[in-house]
Design a binder for this molecule. Structure first.
Ligand code: ADP
Ligand code: MG
Length: 295
């Protein structure tokens, strides 16, 4: 590859909204045969909204929103932003939180109004011996079957509410998956979210359930990329979150959403400036064309 032709490739990339770390990236892009897509913020908008509050007997919606909202107000997670915003809308100013702790990929904990509160995956509450009762479990299952994310909330030693948060698939994601397939790549959906929610999103964009890797802890995303590489695949990864940074670095080609976190952008080889997944296909097309011109 001659330096001049590669420079042309990177210049054209900038016009398409692709920032390329170095000309050598184009070479890697050509070889990739599998593309791992993070779900939240990559395939979906990541702009979540609270759609339902389910509570255990004797618990009011206001109380659940007040405690969960105050706790989530200390977190930057898109799920947390949605819960805190809905709580503020409904209740006004929220109480403060003490001893706030983020448990990556699982949820958050802290003390609000003197109550030790947990919010996050069912597994987080189970770890603290706060299993969901039958009614809350049913509400959670129903929300997840519809592709939503259910957040379990517990305090004073018991699970007491399930908050339902809905994300939306980006209008361009299904087209992007089609284009990636046409380029001969196999799209795989990777997420920390529940399997049912992940499969509902996958179905919407045309990824079969067999290519969905769900309920993956942030530190295990990199292991999933390594596993695919161990099967002899050349892996591209598209992500936006702090959670995705290690996997983006491990992938043969890391593509960061420009709308995502600095950690992801730093770890990626390419940045998709507008956060449009179709541009991932453009990037692969561009690098193949650029290298074909050189050869
Ligand atoms: P993704 O891989 O889809 O970007 P994350 O790894 O960030 O998702 O989170 C995985 C799961 O952990 C979420 O779907 C949610 O159930 C739970 N979770 C993480 N952070 C929070 C939080 N601040 N509040 C509630 N739940 C959370
Ligand atoms: Mg994400």
């Amino acid at each position: 590859a001659t330096p001049t032709a590669l420079m042309v490739g990177t210049g054209r990339g900038a016009q398409l909204g692709i920032l390329i770390k170095g000309p050598e990236v184009l070479e890697t892009t050509r070889r990739v045969d599998t593309i791992v897509l993070d779900k939240t913020g990559t395939v979906t908008t990541g702009k979540m909204a609270l759609t339902a509050v389910h509570t255990a007997d004797g618990v009011s919606e206001e109380q659940a929103l007040r405690l969960a909202g105050a706790l989530e107000d200390a977190s930057e997670h898109p799920i947390a932003r949605a819960i805190a915003a809905a709580a503020t809308d409904r209740l006004g100013a929220l109480p403060g939180v003490e001893g706030f702790e983020n448990i990556p990929g699982l949820g958050v904990q802290g003390v609000v109004d003197g109550h030790a509160v947990l919010a996050g995956r069912e597994r987080l509450l189970a770890d603290w011996s706060q299993p969901l009762g039958a009614e809350l479990a049913a509400a959670k299952a129903e929300a997840e079957a519809a592709g939503r994310t259910a957040i379990a909330v517990g305090w004073d030693g018991a699970a007491r509410a399930v908050l339902v948060v809905a994300d939306t698939v980006k209008p361009t994601s299904a087209q992007a998956v089609r284009e990636l397939r046409e380029l001969g790549l196999r799209p795989v959906l990777l997420t920390g979210d529940h399997r049912a929610a992940a499969e509902a999103v996958a179905a919407e964009v045309g990824i079969p359930a067999a290519d969905v890797i769900a309920e993956v802890l942030p530190e295990d995303k990199v292991a999933q990329v390594r596993r695919l590489q161990g099967e002899g695949r050349s892996v591209a990864m598209v992500g936006d979150g702090v959670n995705d940074a290690a996997a983006l670095a491990q992938a043969d080609l890391g593509l960061a959403m420009g709308t995502g976190t600095d950690a992801a952008i730093e770890a990626g080889d390419l940045t998709l400036v507008r956060g449009d997944l179709r541009v991932a296909a453009d990037a692969i097309r561009l690098s193949r064309r650029t290298l074909a011109t050189i050869k």
